[in-house]
Design a protein around this ligand. Structure first.
Ligand SMILES: C[S@@+](CC[C@H](N)C(=O)[O-])C[C@H]1O[C@@H](n2cnc3c(N)ncnc32)[C@H](O)[C@@H]1O
Length: 214
């Protein structure tokens, strides 16, 4: 019950800021374009892709034409409504679903998780669920805020920003913890890159490792 109330409060936060989130200009367009180019190069035309926490759908709309199908999911109906209102091709489908419900449609060849893994309640559980719902050697492609690696003065602002509802509930992850969480869930990290000026927001390409069958 308490878990559901906490989830509802989180969804309310994102519903309330969806309009502002959609209106904000991209901070670093060349970095965003470089990330999209790398992501496009990881995907194949036959891939079934799932995106969790898709927000207002920018990545899905740009990259869905290059794959077989792209299911873009978010637990905020307001975010999804904004995404659905944008012109998009016939390969992308926007669905209101939390990370658990979204994975039910697996297996997927690739799962994208941009700026969401630091927001989930149970990172190891979410990564295990993602692993289960990837095809053998499928890819998890993510960008995650490692908030504990931010400078102290910025971290010190976080509790106040949360109180005035300018910042969501989030895990204070370090990059080392994030890497370990991927490996512990059965992924091999194939690439780790920083797009833009924030080393605390790494882009990670991780491949599902499968146990050899005797
Ligand atoms: C920081 S925004 C990132 C949006 C987009 N991926 C991007 O990078 O711009 C986080 C998004 O995750 C969604 N979200 C947060 N927790 C979620 C959960 N447990 N299940 C599904 N979506 C969630 C929010 O509604 C929001 O749209």
């Amino acid at each position: 019950m308490r878990g559901r109330m906490a989830q509802d409060a989180k969804r309310d936060f994102w519903n309330k800021i969806a309009g502002r989130y959609a209106a904000r200009p991209l901070r670093d367009v060349p970095a965003y374009e470089a990330m999209l180019a790398d992501l496009a190069a990881q995907l194949r035309p036959t891939d079934r892709v799932l995106e969790i926490g898709c927000g207002t759908g920018g990545v899905a709309i740009r990259l869905a034409p290059g794959v077989a199908e792209w299911t873009a999911t978010d637990f905020s109906p307001e975010m999804v409504a904004i995404a659905r209102a944008k012109p998009a091709g016939d390969k992308v489908r926007f669905v209101v679903a939390d990370t658990v419900q979204a994975l039910d449609g697996g297996p997927f060849d690739a799962i994208c998780a941009f700026n969401i893994l630091h927001l989930v309640d149970d990172l190891p559980g979410t990564l295990a669920h993602i692993h289960t719902n990837l095809t053998p050697e499928g890819l998890l492609i993510s960008k995650t805020w490692c908030l504990a690696d931010l400078p102290l003065w910025l971290r010190a602002l976080y509790p106040a920003l949360r109180i005035v509802k300018l910042f969501p509930a989030a895990s204070m992850l370090r990059l080392g913890q994030l890497r370990r969480a991927f490996v512990d869930a059965g992924f091999e990290i194939e690439a780790e890159r920083i797009f833009g000026a924030r080393p605390q927001n790494p882009y990670v390409v991780a491949r599902k490792m499968t146990m050899p069958v005797d």
